[in-house]
Design a protein around this ligand. Structure first.
Ligand code: ATP
Ligand code: MG
Length: 554
């Protein structure tokens, strides 16, 4: 290109890194595959855990795909896209992050073989899109309906999601709590169920063991009783929720009061006391015996409330107040004057509990609370943190099932069925896209393959048996029993997952793989803080790479 002594034209700033065409694709695919490979060993009930150490020396031990991906300080732009896949999966459905990343990696690796056979990326992308749409169709046919009243099945779904987590010895307890908590916060409107899991507060407290973890049908707030004169326990609580100060309002501007005699001083103080007394009587008059206040409470007011046997807590956070309102059925009022007996929330018991060095307020046994709390206990912070992440997955899967009312069998069964059906579909697609659909089918099989591999089974033997079993249309729920290596009905094994998780896995993995395949030019601009992706060695510039841009000086 630059023959005949032509002066090279500098388009990009000196030092800009660039890789184009096949070289760029190969780089990106390689990076994404490495990331997928990293999380692969954590997949499934026999998957291993990762220990992540941050530059500050903080240690996290986890099996959670989303956490691993978030903590990995990935530099390569294509690898970062896989991190995004995990994040999207986590945000949308809460579980299946490892599966999504492994599938995305596998789709790219199969695409690489097609690229080597000179299949154009656009054809692969189109084929993958078609396969992904078909996969959604197949999945909906595999779905098994569940009712919200079918508690046993909900429990099994929660247990399946907890199976691969480090808390497996407390998994029944956690599953039960997750089901109870989600059922408590789910609501029906226009014949549709919704469950907002943000209404389930999770409190972590060091000490005791995971088995001591408790679901409180009410709220637990990280505060203490405002005064020592107050009771620490109130039974049959009637709770005033206030968003107003129980203090004398201070003026915004400076005011000066000239007091000339002790009498005046006394009457001034008396007046203050009278006003506070008035406020507290307005509260106690309604029958309230607990006051939870978002703002401050004057010492004198605390004294009056304490004398009346009221338990008061001040400076409660606004997010807690909202949940308290949903849990107790009380109204949050911004003026004491508006307080009535009707606006009070109710709970069987309100008490201050000391855990270790911390004091917590428990608002227990509310009647049909629409917000609940789970207090996680555990011997070490690592255990508690992993328990919290696992609980998040369990809450999400139950939410998914409650909202959709649909599940699928797990243990590689849906993937085996997808592979079989997609292969059939590939013949109909025809042309070069057929190759891509077939590649998609093969990529999906990586999930049962990895499950088997992680369980110490022979992946080839298992795959052959699984494929053979799925040839028979009646065996669509058959998957891998990881303990025996046999192919059995996963519904009998009670390995069940939400349909939504599997749907999202296909969606997010295909999107990421296609996005990476569409890139044929990586330009890393120097000085913007972004690091250049590693350039493969042995590809000197000017040698006329595949993209035809290799000779361009930059
Ligand atoms: N008892 C079991 N037997 C066989 N397979 C199981 C069993 N329990 C779970 N699985 C399978 O394990 C896979 C889920 O594994 P895992 O929870 O480690 O990954 P993930 O859900 O993709 O990611 P993460 O939970 O980290 O977000 C699913 O395919 C599920 O069907
Ligand atoms: Mg999982």
């Amino acid at each position: 290109m630059s023959q005949g002594g032509t002066v090279p034209v500098l388009v990009l700033r000196e030092g800009t890194g660039r890789s184009t065409g096949r070289e760029a694709q190969k780089n990106n695919i390689m990076a994404a595959k490495i990331v997928a490979e990293t999380v692969k060993s954590t997949l499934g009930p026999c998957g291993m855990d990762k220990m992540l150490v941050t530059s500050f020396g903080d240690v996290a031990i986890t099996n959670d795909g989303a956490t691993i991906m978030k903590e990995l300080d990935v530099q390569h732009p294509a690898a970062k896209m896989l991190v995004e896949v995990a994040k999207a999966q986590d945000a949308e459905v809460g579980d299946g992050t490892t599966t999504a990343v492994v599938l995305a990696g596998e789709l790219l690796s199969k695409a690489e073989s097609l690229l080597d056979k000179n299949v154009h990326p656009t054809i692969i992308i189109e084929g993958y899109k078609k396969a992904s749409e078909k996969a959604q169709e197949i999945l909906s046919k595999l779905a098994i309906p569940v009712k919200l009243t079918d508690e046993k099945t909900l429990l099994d779904v929660a247990i399946t999601s907890l199976a691969s987590k480090g808390i497996s010895n407390a998994k029944e307890l956690f599953a039960k709590m997750a089901v109870d908590a989600v059922k408590q916060v789910s609501e029906e409107s226009d014949g549709k169920m919704t469950a907002d899991i943000d209404l389930i507060k999770v409190v972590k407290k060091h000490g005791k063991s995971l088995e001591e973890t408790e679901l409180v049908k009410g709220m637990v707030i990280d505060k203490e009783v405002a005064s020592s004169q107050m009771p620490k326990v109130v039974d049959g609580a009637k709770i005033a929720l206030l968003n107003a100060k129980i203090e004398i309002e201070k003026t915004e501007f400076d005011a000066k009061i000239n007091i000339e005699s002790p009498d005046q001083m006394k009457s001034f103080l008396d007046e203050e006391e009278r006003m506070l007394k008035e406020m507290t009587t307005a509260i106690t008059k309604t029958g309230a015996n607990v006051v939870l206040c978002e703002k401050g409470i004057d010492d004198m007011a605390l004294h009056f409330l304490g004398k009346a046997g009221v338990l008061a807590v001040k400076s409660v956070s606004s997010s807690d107040m909202e949940k308290l309102s949903r849990a107790t059925g009380g109204k949050i009022l911004s003026s004491i004057k508006d307080l009535t007996a009707d606006s009070l929330g109710k709970a069987k018991k309100v008490e201050e509990v000391k855990i270790g060095n911390d004091k917590l307020i428990y608002i227990r046994d509310c009647k049909n609370p629409k917000a609940v709390t789970i207090v996680i206990r555990g011997g070490s912070d690592h255990v508690i943190d992993e328990a919290e992440r696992s609980l998040h997955d369990a809450l999400c899967v139950i939410r998914n099932v409650v909202e959709d009312g649909k599940i699928v069998a797990g243990g590689g069964a849906p993937e085996a069925e997808l592979a079989k059906e997609l292969r059939k579909y590939a013949n109909k697609v025809g042309g070069r896209e057929q190759l891509a659909v077939e590649a998609f089918a093969e990529a999906v099989e990586a999930i049962p393959l990895t499950l088997a591999e992680n369980a110490g089974l022979d992946p080839i033997d298992v795959m052959v048996a699984l494929r053979a079993k799925h040839e028979d249309a009646g065996n669509k729920f058959f998957g891998i029993d990881v303990t025996t290596g046999k192919i059995v009905n996963m519904c009998d094994m009670l390995v069940l997952e939400p349909l939504r998780v599997k749907q999202q896995v296909i969606k997010s993995a295909t999107e990421a793989a296609n996005m990476i395949l569409k890139i044929d030019d990586v330009i890393s601009i120097k000085g913007t803080g972004g690091k250049a992706p590693p350039m493969p060695s042995g590809m000197p510039g000017g040698m006329g790479g595949m993209g035809g841009m290799g000779g361009m000086p930059y």
